[in-house]
Ligand binder design. Structure first.
Ligand SMILES: [Mn+2]
Length: 272
């Protein structure tokens, strides 16, 4: 299994266009990461030079772009917001293909009070289907990440993601498992992996407190052995996350390096 690091903790609003990107890539490459996950600016879709330069930088440091962050408003009651999600996916798929990135992460936001769940479900199915068709044209896959009850009331378990994948009925729609959300919502770290099987396209390894791997109490050995059992051979993305502005460390860039280093060491000790 290959390991990537989500660039999020390197700084607030840190994207693949950040001034310090190269410094981050150099570090991650040196300590043994195979890839990165991150945010790209869809408005730059037609600026071919931007993507050429980025692509070269990634390859210079022998890193792959494992997954880019995508839309989360496919389930919105506002048709304009659903259309935006589809349009965003179309741009991101074009960018992903220029960067040899296989995956776009998608999700589903919290429904406001009074929004009927069955309608939101139908909106999500229809708009994700259109988005998946655009992504398909560029040979890019969509991977749905469910979140936990504190972050969404829409899709928050593996069973519902499988139902979504089946109803959308597009081969390039897959699932992401995130151990932080699993820890809250699932009965075990094994069953969801087995249920998804080949539909599992990407993984977020995230601690119970979203800090460096080993700083919390997620049972990673059990989860990783379940992945081995299904022959999972894709990326494990280390995801460090802060929920509040107040949670950001004083020196996020240096702290992110520390978390990235300790996390990869933790995984190496587990034989990854
Ligand atoms: Mn995640």
């Amino acid at each position: 299994m290959k390991v990537s690091f989500s660039l999020y903790p390197f700084g607030k609003n840190f994207t693949l266009h950040n001034q310090r990107l190269e410094e981050a890539l150099k570090f991650l490459s040196e300590v043994g990461y195979d890839g990165v996950d991150g945010v790209v600016d869809p408005q730059k879709v037609h600026e071919k030079d931007v993507w050429k330069k980025l692509s070269k930088m990634l390859s210079d440091y022998d890193l792959k772009l494992a997954c880019i962050f995508g839309a989360t408003t496919f389930n919105s009651p506002d048709p304009a917001e659903r259309e935006q999600a589809i349009e965003l996916t179309r741009k991101l798929a074009e960018i992903a293909s220029m960067l040899s990135c296989e995956n776009i992460l998608i999700g589903g936001r919290r429904l406001s009070e009074g929004v009927p769940r069955d309608k939101a479900w139908k909106w999500a199915v229809e708009s994700i289907r259109k988005a998946a068709d655009y992504a398909r044209e560029k040979n890019v896959d969509l991977a749905y990440e469910y979140w936990n009850r504190f972050e969404t009331n829409f899709i928050k378990c593996t069973d519902d993601v499988i139902k979504l994948i089946n109803e959308v009925g597009r081969e390039n729609l897959y699932a992401i498992l995130d151990t932080f959300h699993m820890n809250i919502e699932e009965k075990s770290f094994v069953e969801p992996v087995k249920k998804l099987g080949k539909k599992l396209k990407h993984v977020h390894l995230s601690e119970s407190n979203r800090l460096a791997l080993g700083d919390g109490h997620i049972d990673f050995p059990t989860f990783l052995s379940a992945l081995k059992d299904i022959g999972y051979d894709k990326y494990l993305c280390v995801e460090v996350f802060y929920y509040e502005d107040a949670d950001w460390p004083q020196h996020p860039f240096e702290t992110a390096k520390d978390y990235a280093l300790r996390s990869i060491k933790y995984l190496r000790n587990l034989g990854i």
